[in-house]
Design a protein around this ligand. Structure first.
Ligand SMILES: Nc1ncnc2c1ncn2[C@@H]1O[C@H](COP(=O)(O)OP(=O)(O)OP(=O)(O)O)[C@@H](O)[C@H]1O
Ligand SMILES: [Mg+2]
Length: 415
């Protein structure tokens, strides 16, 4: 039996196993150890995952791109079908296709079958709904079994990240682990030490776990609604002045996991009626153009790229040629912060929640360990760090800590 750790993220996936005693992430796409959690279905062909799938879509090959599939876990949508090429697949089967392909790549590299998995999971898949949360984990366990894992167990993603961090800890400390990803923000407060690291049973060292379903894809949505969608007609009036153009289309178009919902004849007919009855057909016909050409993911990817560039300190242009030639929106760090301030505050509130759960004051936290792509958003990081002014700030491996920690846990459970 070979064991592995699997971090199926909203945006990116990693899979690791122990190689010569060292937790090692598999190269899942070329030399990359991370692979985007994306799958592109083309009629009559095998689906393409990862960067290659996104590139196929961006190149305009006919087919359908699916991203942010993890967001569907725990919601009613997971059992719904979506048209893909000539077939209809349930979302859970789309996730299974994706994870089966990831597993096959890792096995090809390992040269052996991987039949035992420790799967990462957010502290809450769904906020404030324990039943939906349990369903989400059950679904993921069923999918893991369906793709050929014979033994499946789970670990919280921030606890996994803590195990990665603990390898570098030299004396006992209390750390707050912050994992801010694409779909969720997860926190744990843990007691760490070199001696404790060797122990199999760590329940007593976990002082608090908390999380909220807010992540980078929500930043993308807010940024899109704030800067791009008004150029496509969001907030503009109908001819009957007391009404605005219906906002639902814009929300779906700005939300990675909902984009494909717009791609059907009925929605296009409704948008046509809106173009006819609105006061700004020049704007709303841009919405129509994006939906008709099925360019929603290209738009969302452009917004995400602008968010990343603005986070890194640049000023980013979002080219909107697929809506209208020459059209563009601009984003910089200040406008990114302005559009997404509320999200950052709600994330940081969970730090306080975690401290309360642990019964600790902020001074008790020695270190704050940051991992997950959205810790790169400056005001998110600042909001978290500001909650713990006395704590040392430790940079994790942004995209690898959770996968490495799950791999350590898989080895420990297999021993
Ligand atoms: N430099 C950056 N600046 C800002 N955001 C970034 C940067 N790099 C990546 N991101 C964002 O980080 C998110 C992905 O992070 P990560 O890969 O940690 O998430 P995930 O593990 O897939 O999701 P989750 O754990 O929530 O299921 C995306 O929303 C991406 O846009
Ligand atoms: Mg993650």
């Amino acid at each position: 039996m070979a064991a592995c750790g699997l971090d199926f993220g909203t945006s990116n996936t990693t899979l690791g196993r122990i190689v010569s005693g060292v937790p090692t992430l598999a190269r899942l796409e070329g030399t990359h150890v991370t692979i985007p959690s994306a799958i592109f279905f083309e009629p009559g062909r095998e689906p393409v995952i990862g960067r290659a799938g996104m590139a196929a879509y961006v190149d305009g090959r006919p087919g359908r791109l699916m991203r942010s599939l993890k967001s569907v876990l725990g919601t009613g949508l997971i059992e719904e079908t979506t048209p893909l090429g000539r077939e209809r697949l349930r979302f859970r089967d789309v996730i299974a296709r994706y994870l089966a392909a990831v597993k096959a790549r890792a096995e090809a590299e390992a040269g052996e079958a991987l039949d035992t998995v420790v799967h990462g999971r957010p502290v809450h898949f769904v906020d404030g709904d324990a039943e939906a949360d349990r369903r989400a984990e059950d679904t993921l366990a069923e999918i893991a079994a369906a793709v050929g894992f014979r033994a499946v167990s789970f670990q919280y993603e921030p606890i996994a990240a803590a195990l990665d961090y603990e390898r570098s800890v030299t004396r006992e400390e209390i750390a707050l682990i912050a994992d801010i990803g694409g779909g969720t923000s997860d926190f744990s407060i843990v007691r760490l030490s070199p001696e404790r690291h060797a122990r199999a049973e760590r329940a007593d060292d976990i002082l608090a776990n908390d999380g909220v379903r807010i992540g980078g894809t929500d930043f993308d949505r807010q940024l899109s609604l704030g800067t791009v969608m008004p150029l496509l007609g969001l907030g503009s009036p109908m001819k009957r002045r007391e009404l605005d153009v219906p906002s639902g289309y814009f929300h779906d178009l700005a939300t990675w996991s909902s984009i494909n919902r717009l791609y059907n004849a009925k929605t296009l007919r409704e948008i046509d009626e809106t173009v006819r009855d609105c006061a700004r057909p020049d704007l709303v016909s841009r919405l129509r153009a994006v939906v008709e050409a099925e360019r929603g993911h290209a738009l969302a990817a452009a917004v995400e790229a602008a968010k990343i560039e603005a986070s890194d300190g640049g000023t980013a242009g979002i080219a909107l040629d697929f809506a209208q030639t020459g059209l563009a929106a601009g984003v910089d760090r200040a406008s990114l912060a302005a559009q997404t301030e509320t999200l950052a505050r709600r994330i940081a509130e969970r730090v306080e929640g975690c401290l309360r759960q642990a019964g600790l004051g902020r001074a008790a936290i020695d270190a704050v360990f940051l991992t997950g792509g959205s810790t790169r958003v400056p005001h998110v990081r600042a909001a978290i760090v500001a909650c713990l002014p006395g704590a040392r700030v430790v940079e994790g491996d942004t995209f690898g800590s959770v996968g490495i920690g799950l791999t350590l846990e898989a080895a420990r459970r297999a021993a």
